[in-house]
Design a protein around this ligand. Sequence first.
Ligand code: SAM
Ligand code: SF4
Length: 326
Amino acid sequence: MSQLQDNFGRRFHYLRMSVTDVCNFKCTYCLPDGYRPDGKPKFLDLNEIENLVGAFAEVGTQKIRITGGEPTLRKDFSDIIRIVADNDKISTIATTTNGYRLAKHAQEWYDAGLRRINVSVDSLDPRMFYQITGENKFDDVMRGVDAALEAGFERVKINAVLLKGLNDKDLPRFLHWIKQTPIDLRFIELMETGLGRDYFKAHHLAGADIKSQLIQDGWQLDQSAVDDGPAQNFSHGDFQGRIGLIMPYEKNFCANCNRLRVSAKGKLHLCLFTEHGVDLRDLLQSHSQRTELIERLHGQLQAKKETHYLHDGVTGVTQHLASIGG
Ligand code: SAM
Ligand code: SF4
């Protein structure tokens, strides 16, 4: 089967697969009022996930990130990992988590086949962490990070959303941490969603400011690897950890887009923003529907736009990133 490609020559070998919209945190930039169920949502089951993974693998997907909501709240999370890990065309299997269940389950997930993990830690100050996430769980999450390092994950990354007036004084603490700890920090610029124009205006902090500071302090921009995605990564001889900056408002951010998203209800999203998503669920019921599913994927790729329109204040229908998994 031919690989997924759009009209701008971009190939898509990375799938971000959401498995639930549910979350137990209330991050102020994402779900400030916590998760509110819309009716009785039915998220993709294991059979649907297996069919989805199988089809994407056949058209060139090599990396799958399991995301949410909070993906680890699914009772069958380890089974989901195993489904992805059992597909020998998928070489990289990752997840993004708030770390709430990590301390207890890191080893179990590793044994199921998970190899990379991103943990969201927006502040290293427990009080600020509480203020941003709505949960007083800093110590538990940090115990989870330690457990992930011990379990032997290939990569442990920490995601922190840059927030003016909240965690913008935290850089020295983060730097101190990664001096001796082999962790990849990812600073993510706040993206405006349908929920929060006022919030965005109050808290958006440009990653470019951090970039200048890092360069001034002797950090060097690394060559990017094929599956690195849009992050600009920096390293420094005196530090064991690395720093990545994700700046969706930078020019050319979309030029190397290599990712597609499927929501927990089985909708294909060609971009995090600007469109509604195309239902795949009717074709996820049986292995025998694979050819038809792949045809739909190829057809949809022709509609992928060259870029997002965030600069114009277009946030599309994405109310919050918990619904697509970031
Ligand atoms: N619950 C998991 C977590 O928080 O890691 C996975 C889902 S969460 C939607 C995925 C990532 O998106 C997290 O690192 C989160 O910080 C980030 N995120 C959520 N809303 C965002 C926004 N408006 N701008 C930038 N990043 C955002
Ligand atoms: Fe939940 Fe993650 Fe959104 Fe925070 S960022 S509310 S942990 S889905």
